[in-house]
Design a binder for this molecule. Structure first.
Ligand SMILES: Nc1ncnc2c1ncn2[C@@H]1O[C@H](COP(=O)(O)OP(=O)(O)OP(=O)(O)O)[C@@H](O)[C@H]1O
Length: 251
């Protein structure tokens, strides 16, 4: 099955041999059309995993496969099938939506008419076409995020990775964005990996991987993993709901 495969990935940072591995035998897969939530508190290893999935660095052991391409044997093919939305926005605020899209298309070697077609298709998928001529600086946080997702889809990847994409958004905008990306996975057969530490971003039918201190401690369909997921996660995070809601409150 294509999509994303993570198989027994282990990673230890240099100079940290006296610490447990940042990732320890992490295995899961995301099928085409599936939305997989990667849930983990701070320090769980989500950023390390994203670094490995985007080939920022190689794991000490284990295997990553994107759309059937092995990341270590065929990295260019694997990376070409992947779209990524990083935690930190990387848009040019002074350019229009349209210019940001065309600039990024150029980085992928897509130019001319093909670039315009790819940009308008991707903006359409995120309901952003009518904002094409607006400067990014004038967009609200939710629209900026949608633009980043549209940009990540321009080269028509089969796997989409998003690293805590709702950071800084209000509750309603967060819910809208989560719903939109769920629909995107369903409608276009994208395999989506959505990293978060917020349980309310996980829908009942999602695939769920819970990462804690570098290990997968739960894996399965969200509603089967546990209706008490929130309680379970609260226990992991030391009883601070702030890990879940963004508002730190004593338990
Ligand atoms: N560059 C680094 N050098 C050494 N140790 C690191 C480095 N980056 C992360 N770690 C350690 O690896 C473990 C996993 O961290 P990681 O940043 O991947 O977790 P995370 O789930 O992304 O957390 P956060 O949401 O806080 O970024 C932690 O123990 C962290 O201290």
């Amino acid at each position: 099955m294509a999509g994303l495969v993570v198989d027994k990935v282990t990673h230890l940072y240099a100079g940290r041999s006296d610490h447990p591995p940042a990732l320890d035998q992490v295995s899961f897969s995301v099928d085409p059309g599936q939305f997989c939530a990667l849930l983990g508190p701070n320090g769980a290893g989500k950023s390390t995993l994203f670094g490995i999935l985007t080939r920022l660095f190689a794991p000490k052991s284990g295997r990553v496969e994107v759309a059937g391409h092995d990341m270590s044997r065929a990295p260019l093919k694997a990376l070409a099938r992947m779209g990524v939305v990083f935690q930190q926005p990387t848009l040019d605020l002074d350019l229009t939506v349209w210019r940001n899209m065309l600039y990024f298309a150029g980085l992928h070697g897509i130019t001319g008419r093909a670039a315009k077609l790819a940009a308008s298709e991707a903006l359409d998928r995120l309901a952003m076409v009518e904002r094409g001529s607006e400067r990014v600086r004038d967009l609200n946080g939710g629209h900026r995020r949608r633009l980043e997702i549209a940009r990540a889809l321009m080269h028509r990847p089969e796997v989409l990775l998003l690293d805590e994409p709702t950071v800084g958004l209000d509750a309603q905008t967060r819910a809208d964005l989560v719903a939109h990306v769920h629909q995107l996975a369903r409608d276009s057969g994208l395999a989506v990996l959505w990293a978060t530490h917020l349980t309310d971003e996980v829908h009942a039918q999602d695939a769920l991987v819970v990462l804690h201190r570098g290990r997968v401690i739960e894996r399965g369909v969200a509603e089967q993993v546990g209706p008490e997921l929130t309680q379970h996660f609260l226990a992991l995070t030391g009883g601070l709901t702030g890990e879940l809601t963004g508002e730190r409150q004593p338990a």
